[in-house]
Design a protein around this ligand. Structure first.
Ligand code: ADP
Length: 163
């Protein structure tokens, strides 16, 4: 029996950027199907509510990706959700050394909680290594252009928010 390899890409995606989509595209080279798991706010205050973050992601997928990618909200511990969905690996993006410290802590904690769930790190193309959702929001809030950094649907929603 051939079993599909399923990966999970978790995050807050507030909002989704082309950096996130770069990582998602790469993960589809490793997995047959992907679950993009959109975290409820948790300790972070988000600009967009959970449903809108999910919607923006769904709108940003190509037709081909839509057939292979499920975008779904989740609450609680990532490792519990990963186990529940029987994924074969968790994908995270790694940009700078500064990402590493936090991600390393997360992996060690997740290994304690669920030794069977592994995390795989992928790096985006150079042009997105500086890109993060907080920076996008900051630029948009102050009237700067985020063209080429986020999908068109996200530009529309940022404009609606900040005018
Ligand atoms: P979280 O709150 O879980 O960090 P984010 O939405 O900020 O959620 O990020 C989700 C994942 O996407 C993280 O692994 C993060 O490192 C990665 N990521 C975010 N922006 C980029 C980018 N520009 N290039 C590559 N990976 C990125």
């Amino acid at each position: 029996m051939v079993v599909d390899r399923i990966g999970m890409f978790p995050g807050s995606f507030d909002p989704v950027t082309l950096g996130h989509l770069d990582i998602l595209g790469r993960s589809l080279h490793l997995f047959d199907r992907m679950i993009v798991a959109v975290a409820e706010a948790g300790h972070k205050q988000t600009l967009f509510p959970l449903e809108e973050r999910v919607e923006m992601l769904r709108e940003s997928l190509s037709a081909e990706q839509s057939a292979l990618v499920e975008v779904t909200p989740f609450r609680g511990l990532l490792v519990d959700f990963a186990r529940q969905r029987r994924v074969h690996g968790v994908i995270r993006g790694l940009r700078f050394v500064s990402d590493f410290e936090y991600e390393f802590q997360m992996v060690l904690m997740n290994q304690r909680l669920a030794p069977d769930v592994d995390t795989i790190f992928l790096m985006p193309t150079a042009q997105y290594t500086f890109l993060n959702a907080s920076l996008v929001k900051e630029v948009a809030r102050n009237g700067g252009s985020v063209e080429g950094l986020v999908p068109p649907g996200v530009i529309r929603r940022l404009k609606a928010r900040f005018g």
